[in-house]
Design a protein around this ligand. Structure first.
Ligand code: ZN
Length: 134
């Protein structure tokens, strides 16, 4: 089963909590046991599992990545579309996460959430959720 979520980001760089949207897909799937792949098909975005209780964590991650890989830095790719920093951040975070489904629920810790990382927004991002029954 494959589902698509469209997320409209509102900032140039941010982490958007998409946990509830993915949980809703699992609920509706009726899948009791299996695997859930959350994947973004963009080279300047990423998918991250981390704390979703204190939003300061997401701000800290964005700020630290910006400190390490400044958007104002000099990069070869910037002569193409001026977003090399976003590609590097996306490469570090990665495009997907895989989560176990047990009893029709995602196995996530109490403080864990699934985040869509935007590094070159704002724009509309497509997130795919693939559920494998088994
Ligand atoms: Zn580019």
């Amino acid at each position: 089963m494959l589902k698509e979520i469209k997320i409209k980001t509102s900032k140039n760089q941010e982490i958007i909590n998409i946990t509830d949207k993915v949980k809703q897909i699992i609920d509706n799937s009726g899948v009791d046991k299996g695997m859930c792949l959350v994947y973004v098909q963009h080279a300047t975005a990423g998918i991250l599992i981390n704390e979703n209780y204190d939003s300061a964590v997401c701000n800290d991650i964005i700020n630290k990545l910006e400190e390490m890989i400044p958007s104002t830095g000099k990069y070869k790719h910037n002569c193409v579309d001026n977003n090399a920093h976003a590609h590097i951040k996306s490469a570090l975070i990665g495009p997907s996460e895989t989560i176990i489904i047990e009893n029709n629920k995602l196995i996530l810790g109490p403080w864990q959430g699934i985040g869509l990382c935007e590094f070159d927004g704002p724009r509309t991002r497509k997130v795919f959720v693939k559920i494998i029954n088994g």
